[in-house]
Write a protein that binds this ligand. Structure first.
Ligand SMILES: Nc1nc2c(ncn2[C@@H]2O[C@H](COP(=O)(O)OP(=O)(O)O)[C@@H](O)[C@H]2O)c(=O)[nH]1
Ligand SMILES: [Mg+2]
Length: 140
C-alpha cells in the first residue's frame, strides 16, 4: 500500500463477503472492523436478496450466526448452500459465532460452532456437505 496524491493506492484488494441471517450482526462487524464503531440501535438488514454476482471474485466469506439464536445457526445450512452454488470453489469460508457478550442467552455451544468450522476446513466440498449434516443434527 502506498499513498500518492492524497489518495490511498493498493497493490492488492481482496473481496470478502459477509453472509448470514438478518440481525446476526454483519453490518456491525463491518463497521467495527472499518471504523471501530458499534451501534446498538442499528436496523437489521432485511430482505436483501443478493444477486449471485455479489459472490463472484470473493476470496473469503464470513458466514455469521448469532450464538443466542438457534435459527441463525440452523440457517448456516442455507448460507453454505448459497456459497457452494455461487462462490468460487477456493473461497475461504469462516464461520463466525457473533454476540458472544450475550453469554446468558447462549443457545449454540462454542463446540457446535467449532465443529462446523472444522468440518468445512478439512475438505471444502465434502466438508461442506458434512457440515450441513452436522448442523442439522445439532438442531434436530
Ligand atoms: N449484544 C450484541 N448485539 C449485537 C452484536 N452485534 C450486533 N448486535 C445488534 O444486533 C442487531 C443487528 O445488528 P446488524 O449489524 O444490523 O445485523 P445485520 O442484519 O446482520 O447486518 C443490532 O441491534 C445490533 O446492535 C453483538 O456482538 N452483541
Ligand atoms: Mg446489515
Amino acid at each position: 500500500m502506498a499513498s500518492a496524491g492524497g489518495e490511498e493506492q493498493y497493490d492488492f484488494i481482496w473481496k470478502v463477503v459477509l453472509v448470514g441471517d438478518s440481525g446476526v450482526g454483519k453490518t456491525n462487524l463491518l463497521s467495527r472492523f472499518t471504523r471501530n464503531e458499534f451501534n446498538m440501535e442499528s436496523k437489521s438488514t432485511i430482505g436483501v436478496e443478493f444477486a449471485t454476482r455479489y459472490y463472484r471474485g470473493a476470496v473469503g466469506a464470513l458466514v455469521v450466526y448469532d450464538i443466542s439464536k438457534a435459527s441463525s445457526f440452523e440457517n448456516l445450512d442455507k448460507w453454505l448452500g448459497e456459497l457452494s452454488e455461487h462462490a468460487d470453489p477456493f473461497c475461504c469460508i469462516m464461520i463466525v459465532g457473533n454476540k458472544v457478550d450475550l453469554k446468558h442467552l447462549r443457545a449454540i455451544t462454542a463446540d457446535a460452532g467449532r465443529e462446523a468450522q472444522l468440518l468445512i476446513h478439512r475438505n471444502l466440498r465434502t466438508g461442506q456437505h458434512k457440515c450441513r449434516r452436522s448442523i442439522q443434527q445439532f438442531v434436530s
